[in-house]
Design a protein around this ligand. Sequence first.
Ligand SMILES: [Ca+2]
Ligand SMILES: [Ca+2]
Length: 156
Amino acid sequence: MIGDVDDDGLDDFLVAAPERNLDGVKRGAVYVLSAMGSGEITAVASAELHGLIDDGRFGLAMTGIGDADGSGAGIAIGAPGEGRGKVFMFSGGLAGVYTSDDAIGRVVGEAFGGGLGSALVGNIDYDDDGLLDLIVGADGGDSGAGEVVVFLGGGL
Ligand SMILES: [Ca+2]
Ligand SMILES: [Ca+2]
């Protein structure tokens, strides 16, 4: 469950198009859908978020990260093809068009091609301290073996 990302009182869906080209090649995009509707994705989405790096595949993984600041449910979006791999955090209350530059926080992988952000699990309390945590996969991390990093809540 992602939560209410655009803060209109209805739980939302995220739809990703990680290979969307936009102004480049496979930069990726994520769309927030609040109310049910039909039509083209850019017309029915209440917010959209764009990657800015070619082959970054922004949106390959996504998760809710809870509402840390009372603005609505935050989300994390992985872009494993951006250099070392990145995860972008956005606070809630999203409406309109954003880019990865609008993120309130970002995590960058340790090594080029590590693919940080290839998988994300949020909205869980991994260490049972009452704060939501974020688990991030890096499918090319640890020299290609893959690795998983747990970010404990409080700092996100
Ligand atoms: Ca909503
Ligand atoms: Ca926790």
